[in-house]
Design a protein around this ligand. Structure first.
Ligand code: NAD
Length: 297
């Protein structure tokens, strides 16, 4: 099986390396020379355009920053849909809006090319360790076809439904995460101000009904969770600018179906403000600084 990988950045670079480690033949393309160099060092074959990478491929995986890059790679001047063989399979793992991938999949099916979405959670460590969760939007046959390929790069391969539903799962999960992190930050900061030891408060929350991933694994108060970004100056986590991007996708999708996302809109503004003050690359748990007298960075 010949695999083409387009978008060899922080996530895609490690994912492609895991495919290579499992013995697959992988050709790749990226706009960054440095990304291409790392890929070549791991045994990948460098191509000089998306079309050159895709034309011989049975499977194409894309891992790109945003929808405009995905549209460009599939449908643009060097777009891969124009050169892929009938019967080939495309997997887009970027986080984008559900409608874009549905549009691309419809155009692909006119040429007997199956396009599905498989956004991920697990971050750069999950990409490196091959432990990502993939949220797959595809018909049943498409899911069965992508599952063995994604298993080289992830541990959980979840079928969410038809094309686009992988993105729906991803953006709804991150909408909840962005809100729950803000709720935990608000509660932790209030408790500290009212005089309870933050460690004791976290202990109560984590054995009570306030418990969630943001309180238990990624608590925004420093030194509650030893390995959380809050315990190392909010570095090396899930960047605030990526959370802001995902909230924007959720709010945009909500607008398309006229569904209210009241808390989503509010926390989007809070994360936006962090980015504006220069903290876009800090972990999103640094949202707690809205409740503290001093800046955390
Ligand atoms: P990144 O910016 O590190 O990598 C993207 C790569 O795409 C870059 O190397 C860039 O040069 C390349 N690229 C851009 N346009 C291109 C084009 N037209 N042709 C070829 N290559 C092109 O981003 P990342 O952190 O790897 O994230 C990729 C996607 O995964 C994003 O949609 C992001 O939201 C999602 N994601 C990221 C994380 C994370 O923790 N970083 C977690 C989950 C999901």
């Amino acid at each position: 099986m010949k695999i083409a990988f387009i978008g060899l950045g922080n996530m895609g670079g490690s994912m492609a390396q895991n495919l290579l480690k499992s013995g697959q033949m992988v050709s790749g393309f990226d706009l960054s020379e440095q990304a291409l160099q790392h890929f070549a060092e791991a045994g990948g074959v460098i191509c000089d355009s998306p079309q050159a990478a895709a034309q011989e491929a049975d499977v194409v995986i894309t891992m790109l920053p945003a929808a405009k890059h995905v549209r460009d790679v599939y449908l643009g001047e060097q777009g891969i849909l124009a050169v892929l063989k009938a019967g080939s399979l495309c997997i887009d793992s970027s986080t984008i809006d559900p409608q874009t991938i549905k549009d691309i999949a419809a155009l692909g099916s006119e040429k007997q090319i199956q396009v599905c979405d498989a956004p991920v959670s697990g971050g750069t460590m999950g990409a490196k360790n091959g432990t990502l969760t993939f949220m797959v939007g595809a018909d049943h046959a498409g899911y069965e076809a992508v599952k063995p390929i994604l298993s080289f790069m992830g541990k959980n391969i979840v079928h969410c439904g038809a094309v686009g539903t992988g993105q729906v799962a991803k953006i709804c999960n991150n909408l909840i995460l962005g809100i729950s992190m803000t709720a935990v930050a608000e509660g932790m900061a209030l408790g500290a101000k009212l005089g309870i030891d933050p460690q004791a408060l976290a202990g109560v929350i984590n054995s009570s009904s306030g418990r969630c991933w943001s309180s238990e694994v990624n608590n925004p108060w420093p030194d509650i969770c030893e390995n959380a970004p809050a315990s190392r100056g909010y570095t090396e986590g899930f960047a605030t600018q990526l959370m802001l991007k995902d909230l924007g996708l959720a709010i945009e999708a909500a607008g398309q179906v006229k569904q209210p996302v009241l808390l989503g809109g509010l926390v989007q503004q809070l994360y936006q403000q962090l980015c504006l003050q220069g903290d876009a690359n800090l972990d999103f748990s640094s949202i707690i600084q809205h409740y503290l007298p001093t800046k955390v960075s």
